[in-house]
Design a protein around this ligand. Structure first.
Ligand code: AMP
Length: 124
C-alpha cells in the first residue's frame, strides 16, 4: 500500500484549501457533494484522518474513528431523508481495479433514482 499523499484533493478539502458543498460534518467525518455526480444524489463521505484506502482505514484506524465514521455515514442518510425510502447505494473503490481516483478513503452514496445494476463480469 502506498503512503498517504497529503496533496490529494480530499486532504485539500479537509484543510479548506479548496471548496466543497458540505452536507454533514462532525469530528470523525465530512460529507460533501461529488463534483461530477453519477446520480441525482451523489455524496462522498470521508474520514477526517489520513487513510489511503478501505484496507488502510479498516486496518489501522482506531475503533472510535471507525465507529465514528460509520455513525456519520448513518447521519448522512438521516440528513438526506433516505431511510425507509426507495433505497440507495453505498460503495468504496480501492486501487486501480476498483477505479479509485482519489487516494483518501471515501464512501460514495448514490441515491435519488433507480440505479443501474452492478457491472457484470461479462460486460466489464
Ligand atoms: P473514486 O474514483 O472512488 O476515487 O472517486 C473520486 C470521486 O471524487 C469522483 O467521483 C470525483 O467526481 C470526485 N471528486 C474529485 N474531485 C472532487 C472535488 N474537488 N469535489 C468533490 N468531488 C470531487
Amino acid at each position: 500500500m502506498s503512503a498517504y499523499d497529503p496533496s490529494n484533493v480530499f486532504a485539500k478539502i479537509l484543510r479548506k484549501e479548496i471548496p466543497c458543498t458540505p452536507l454533514y460534518e462532525d469530528e470523525y467525518a465530512l460529507a460533501f457533494a461529488d463534483l461530477h455526480p453519477r446520480a441525482k444524489v451523489h455524496v462522498l463521505i470521508i474520514p477526517k484522518g489520513a487513510y489511503v484506502s478501505s484496507e488502510d482505514f479498516h486496518g489501522t484506524a482506531s475503533d472510535s474513528e471507525i465507529v465514528g465514521y460509520y455513525r456519520a455515514v448513518d447521519r448522512v442518510l438521516d440528513v438526506l431523508g433516505l431511510k425507509g425510502g426507495n433505497g440507495y447505494r453505498l460503495l468504496s473503490n480501492a486501487g486501480s481495479h476498483g477505479g479509485q481516483e482519489v487516494p483518501h478513503f471515501h464512501t460514495h452514496l448514490l441515491a435519488g433514482q433507480l440505479l443501474g445494476p452492478m457491472v457484470s463480469i461479462e460486460r466489464a
